[in-house]
Design a protein around this ligand. Structure first.
Ligand code: FES
Length: 235
C-alpha cells in the first residue's frame, strides 16, 4: 500500500494504482474521458490533469501511478485553464446538435461540458463530413461524434483479443474504422458490443435499442461521480 495526499486528504491506496481511480474511489471527482477502469490508460484527452508537488506543469492522473508520499492537487486556475482548452479543442471537432443525438442525457462528453463549462465560439468548428455507417448488423458508427478517446479500439483489442477496430486516416482526419473500411462481419467482428459499451459519446451505438425510450429514462446525465450526481454508479 502507499500513502498519498489528494487535495490535502491523506489516502492509503494500493501501490501503483492510478491516481485518477484512487481519487474517484475516495469520492474526489477528477474529470476524465478517455479513461475506463477496464482498459489500459491512454492519457490522450487531458481532462484528468493534476499538479504534483515538486514537479513542473501538469500531468494526467490516469497515467500517474500512486507512490508513497505523492502529493496531488486536482484544482487550480492553471488546471482549469488547460482543461478548458483541451475540451474546447475536442468540441471544435464535434457536432453541436446534442439534443438530437441518441446519446443525449447519457453522454460523458455532455457531462464534461456541464462540469467544465467551456467557452463557445473561441475556436473554429471543423466539420468532419463522415457518413454514418448503418450497414452493419446491430452496430451503428457515426464517426462525426467521435472524440478519439480510443476506448473502442482498446476494448476490441484488450477485452476481446481481436483488432477489428483501428485508427484510419481520411484526408487529414483520423477516425476509427476497420481495415480497408470493410464491413464488421467481413473483418472477424464478434458483435460482442464491447465497443458500444465503452463509447462515451453517441459514436458507436446499438442499432436495436429504442433510443427515444432511453432518452426518457435518462434523467441523470452523469455516471461518473461528478459533484452534482454523487448518488449514481461511477462507471
Ligand atoms: Fe486521463 Fe483522458 S482520462 S487523459
Amino acid at each position: 500500500m502507499a500513502v498519498i495526499t489528494i487535495d490535502g486528504k491523506k489516502l492509503e491506496v494500493p501501490d501503483h494504482k492510478n491516481v485518477l481511480e484512487c481519487a474517484l474511489d475516495a469520492g474526489i471527482y477528477i474529470p476524465h474521458l478517455c479513461h475506463h477502469k477496464d482498459l489500459s490508460p491512454l492519457g490522450s484527452c487531458r481532462m484528468c490533469i493534476v499538479e504534483v508537488e515538486g514537479q513542473e506543469g501538469v500531468t494526467t492522473s490516469c497515467t500517474l501511478k500512486a507512490e508513497d508520499g505523492l502529493k496531488i492537487t486536482t484544482k487550480s486556475p492553471e488546471i482549469d485553464r488547460l482543461r478548458m482548452l483541451a475540451l474546447e479543442l475536442l468540441l471544435a471537432g464535434h457536432p453541436e446538435d446534442c439534443s438530437t443525438c441518441p446519446k443525449y442525457g447519457n453522454c460523458e462528453l455532455q457531462t464534461l461540458i456541464q462540469y467544465i463549462g467551456p467557452k463557445t465560439g473561441r475556436l473554429k468548428m471543423r466539420t468532419k463530413g463522415f457518413k454514418p455507417n448503418d450497414q452493419n448488423p446491430i452496430i451503428l458508427h457515426d464517426m462525426n461524434r467521435c472524440v478519439l478517446c480510443g476506448r473502442c479500439v482498446r476494448a476490441c483489442n484488450e477485452l476481446r483479443g481481436v483488432k477489428v477496430l483501428q485508427y484510419q486516416k481520411k484526408d487529414m482526419e483520423t477516425y476509427v474504422g476497420t481495415l480497408h473500411n470493410k464491413l464488421l462481419k467481413d473483418v472477424d467482428c464478434r458483435f460482442c458490443q464491447a465497443c458500444v459499451e465503452v463509447c462515451p459519446t453517441g459514436t458507436i451505438r446499438d442499432k436495436l435499442i429504442n433510443t427515444e425510450a432511453k432518452k426518457e429514462e435518462a434523467v441523470v446525465p452523469c455516471r461518473h461521480a461528478c459533484p452534482a450526481h454523487t448518488d449514481v454508479p461511477r462507471y
